[in-house]
Design a protein around this ligand. Structure first.
Ligand code: COI
Length: 356
């Protein structure tokens, strides 16, 4: 198999990582995988030391945000081996995001091979505690230095690695949601389906307001009518109503096609649990709650896997779900997905890609 050139770091930072107090995204490994795009082609795949980069203040990414990113994970199993979870689906989504931002498609095989090589090189960094993992953050930025608003002609792809704990320090503790009534995450015809910094920038102020009111996260409604539930925080959302699951459909291009979302749908269908990709209004949610039909609400994402919702606040109304503890479906899904990832469950779907 092709192996890309490696320039090694002079001194490892491994000793600086406090694995007993790991958090999300604060520590990074020694090396990154890098690839450049210029003169109409991706070239120069390589592994370099992870360190400060010289970038012009005129770099277009700073000014107009032409950038996309991904988030996937590598897991250390009890036998010491290291595996990736659905890396092919993540790279395919990276290219869907690229297309929405006028960034040329990355060569998927080269990126997958680069990820495998850099993860193998950094295998010592992959945590061994259950629930911890190596978060893999591929991203692409514009590299032209220009203040005119147009697409850059040159780009850089970087894969950064970070040993991480659970996204929420409280683990599977249910989150409390505040419904955003004046803000939206994404509008039809916009960038909602792309994993691009703009969507996360748009979430900061509403998230700050929700935190000030004592809530963990924002529940996003659609931007047109402010009626239909779209996402939760940085995650996709699921509702269990009368023993069937509902999640908003992807057809409006406002919702990120989560890899965990897709995995939840595939798992549930394999268990015979009906899943409807259907819009659910906030009003229907409250009516289902009042009728005793709303059993569970949970978010899904790579970082948190499954995150149960314990409370939703809307207008002056509030609903408390499942005694504010994790519901049986959220727990079953969390156990099934992490079981496949850490190797205590079989992998009938072919989601696991061994690295070393
Ligand atoms: C995820 O849940 O995987 C996310 O996208 C969160 C990430 C932005 C930290």
């Amino acid at each position: 198999m092709e192996s890309f050139p490696v320039t090694r770091i002079a001194e490892s930072r491994k000793g600086q990582i406090d694995y007993n107090n790991l958090r999300f995204g604060v520590y990074f490994t020694d090396h990154i995988f890098v690839m450049d795009y210029s003169e109409g082609r991706w070239h120069s795949p390589r592994i370099e030391p992870n360190g400060p980069m010289a970038i012009s203040p005129a770099n277009m990414t700073f000014h107009y945000g032409q950038a996309v990113f991904e988030g996937q994970k590598a897991f250390r199993r009890p036998d010491g081996s290291i595996v990736l979870f659905r890396p092919d689906a993540h790279v395919a989504r990276l290219n869907r995001s690229c297309r929405a931002l006028c960034i040329p498609d990355v060569p998927e095989d080269t990126v997958l091979q680069g990820i495998r090589q850099v993860v193998e090189l950094e295998r010592e960094f992959v945590p061994s505690t259950r629930g911890h993992s190596l978060y893999i953050r591929p991203f692409v930025i514009a590299m032209d230095n220009l203040l005119g608003v147009q697409s850059s002609q040159s780009f850089r792809l970087i894969v950064l690695l970070s040993p991480v704990a659970n996204y929420y320090p409280e683990g599977l503790k249910p989150v409390r949601l505040h419904v955003a009534q004046h803000h939206s995450r994404a509008a039809r015809g916009g960038l909602g389906m792309a994993k691009t910094p703009a969507n996360y920038a748009a979430s900061l102020l509403p998230a700050k307001r929700a935190k000030e009111k004592g809530y963990t996260q924002v529940l996003w409604l659609d931007a047109t009518e402010h009626k239909y539930v779209e996402e939760v925080g940085t995650m996709n959302i699921f509702f269990k109503i009368n023993d069937e699951l509902y999640t908003p459909p992807l057809d409006g291009d406002t919702i990120l096609s989560g890899i965990t979302r897709m995995s939840v749908i595939e798992l549930c269908r394999s268990w015979g649990v009906p899943v409807h990709e259907q819009r659910v209004s906030i009003q229907r949610l409250f009516e289902s709650f009042q009728a005793g039909e709303l059993q569970e609400v949970f978010g899904t994402g790579t970082a948190a896997v499954v995150s149960p919702v314990g409370e939703i606040h809307y207008n002056n109304d509030s609903m408390s779900l499942n005694g504010e503890s994790i519901g049986p479906m959220a727990q079953r899904l969390y156990d099934a997905i992490t079981g496949i990832q850490y190797g205590d469950e079989a992998d009938p779907f072919g989601w696991i890609h061994p690295v070393c």
